[in-house]
Design a protein around this ligand. Structure first.
Ligand code: AMP
Length: 516
């Protein structure tokens, strides 16, 4: 590790003298100078560390950024100090106060009301803040995002780059498997960077390419959050350069393996500095042999931290499983929303058509519900998530696409309208509630079609799942459905409002399983 730190120090380290102005003091024009287009975008052709620096921008800028250059902070001067965020010391708990974080970062942490570190934060931050590589076995809901973001932001603030920087040269890169996860990470990053000048960019498929490209040309990149495919496109077009990267985060590596992204991630990693010359933070919920091989290839003398998944699934979530008929499921859902103390609720179903159907019925029953599944365009998904977060939508109907990585605090209920086929997805789904120490409720509906899936879920959780019958009031007849907009435009159809007012509420039709 010391070798890595030394590698990152350079001959002209003195350039970071105390009198150097931090980057935000320079003009926009200087800030966004464009690299010569023919400059290769690969770390492979870099001169070895320690070689005589030449005059080319890349070799010059390679010589910046040592972890010992803890001088000028790039932070905005905020009229705030740590005394405004008193958090008492408690034995066995770690405070962010004790980590020596930059004041501007602490200010944002105070706004987020993060008083004590979660276990993954308490264990990983002291190492990550020293520049060590960390491998984290942790699921969503454990606070891993804030763990790696805090390490990145503190490092970037403590090591501002006094030299001219070039458009598209990222200092930190976070690769995540899905668009939703990328957007969520970027949002968390924005909150934590609120009092800094650090620039966050997201590169994801399904969203306006040229908009992302223009922003890259016009604004420096400090933290880049991206899905692998879109990032590679930008690298190929030489809009993004990764050879100056200081910190690489691989999030949900197991998921990327499952989704077949590893060849792309491999190409990306090849464009970054050698693993000894960058810091790598690697997260995965599961560690198969394949994941372990990636750890060996991409990290340098890492410390592994393991956070037990049970603490996500069971500690803060009250789990109920109701045995019902397929036809009763919608009625149960409707009454749950109406009768229980529901602040916000995510309903999971396995298939897109089921989700579409559910959202339509809920809307026709005057329940404001959004739809989140693979068939919804990205910009619509972002808007739906936003509406759900700000409370405009009380209910979100989602496939498992939404189950991973999305963390919205304050979700009071999760409903499994259909049980997931993969037991891990059950843990991911119910982990949307009961987050960050808050309590939550998960209600799963098991019917003749899917009750057999309870056994493997129970095995994963370490105890068999108990099923009960729903109380009578949750099976009360639903009011008549209003006609759907489709029906209004194309005339009445079978299954109209009257028949839907039955006990089943026009329950979900059965059709063959298709993954969404
Ligand atoms: P994640 O595991 O990254 O999905 O984060 C889970 C949730 O916990 C997010 O909503 C975070 O905002 C929240 N969170 C992260 N760290 C803390 C903390 N130290 N204290 C309270 N909430 C936190």
């Amino acid at each position: 590790m010391i070798g890595k730190l030394l590698n990152r120090l350079t001959g002209n380290n003195a350039a970071g003298s105390d009198s150097d102005a931090p980057s935000q003091g320079r003009s926009q024009k200087e800030k966004t100078a464009t690299r010569p287009r023919n400059a290769s975008n690969g770390a492979k052709s870099e001169p070895e560390i320690g070689a005589q620096p030449d005059k080319s921008p890349r070799s010059r800028t390679r010589s910046r950024g040592g972890r010992n250059r803890r001088r000028n902070s790039g932070a905005k001067q905020a009229p705030w100090d740590i005394s405004q965020f008193p958090v008492p010391e408690v034995p066995g708990k770690t405070r962010f106060h004790d980590m020596g974080l930059e004041t501007s970062l602490m200010h944002a942490i105070a706004d987020l009301k993060f008083e004590y570190c979660s276990p993954i934060q308490a264990q990983s931050l002291p190492l990550a803040l020293q520049g060590r590589d960390v491998v984290g076995k942790a699921q969503t809901g454990t606070g891993k995002t804030a763990a790696f973001l805090t390490a990145i932001i503190d490092d970037l603030l403590k090591n501002p780059i006094p030299e001219q920087r070039y458009a598209g040269e990222a200092r930190a890169l976070i690769i995540a498997p899905t668009r939703e996860l990328v957007m969520q990470i970027a949002e968390d990053a924005k909150l934590l960077c609120k009092y800094t000048d650090l620039k966050i960019h997201t590169l994801v498929g399904g969203m306006d390419y040229s908009k992302q490209q223009h922003r890259l040309h016009d604004t420096l990149v400090d933290i880049l959050v991206a899905t692998p495919g879109r990032l590679l496109d930008f690298c190929r077009k030489q809009d993004v350069y990764l050879d100056q990267l200081e910190i690489l985060v691989i999030d949900e590596a197991d998921r990327m393996l499952d989704m077949g992204f590893i060849p792309q991630v491999r190409q990306i990693v090849r464009q970054t500095p050698k693993r000894e010359d960058r810091q790598t933070l690697f997260f995965s919920a599961t560690f198969t042999d394949e994941v372990q091989r990636l750890v060996e290839q991409w990290t340098h003398e890492p410390t592994t931290i393991e956070i037990e998944p049970e603490s996500v699934a069971t500690d803060t979530v009250t789990q109920r499983v109701y045995l019902v008929s397929t036809e009763e499921k919608y009625t149960l859902l409707y009454n749950l929303i109406r009768h229980e103390d529901v602040e916000s609720l995510i309903v999971f179903a396995n298939r897109r058509d089921q989700c579409r159907d559910l959202q339509d019925k809920l809307e026709r029953h005057d329940v404001k519900a959004g739809l989140l599944s693979g068939e919804i365009p990205q910009n619509k998904r972002v808007a739906t998530l936003e509406a759900f977060k700000n409370g405009t939508l009380k209910v979100l109907v989602a496939t498992d696409v939404a189950g991973r990585g999305i963390h919205i605090s304050g979700i009071s209920h999760v409903v499994n309208f259909t049980l997931p086929e993969e037991p891990e997805d059950y843990v991911h789904r119910i982990g949307r509630t009961g987050r960050a120490g808050k309590l939550g409720t998960s209600v799963s509906f098991a019917c003749e079609d899917d009750a057999f899936l309870l056994e493997p879920i129970g095995k994963l959780l370490g105890e068999p799942i108990k099923c009960t019958q729903p109380p009578e009031e949750l099976l009360a007849e639903t009011p008549p459905l209003k006609p759907s907009s489709r029906q209004r435009s194309s005339g009445p159809r079978s299954g109209g409002s009257r028949s839907s007012g039955s006990r089943s509420g026009g329950g979900a039709r059965r059709s063959p399983r298709r993954p969404s």
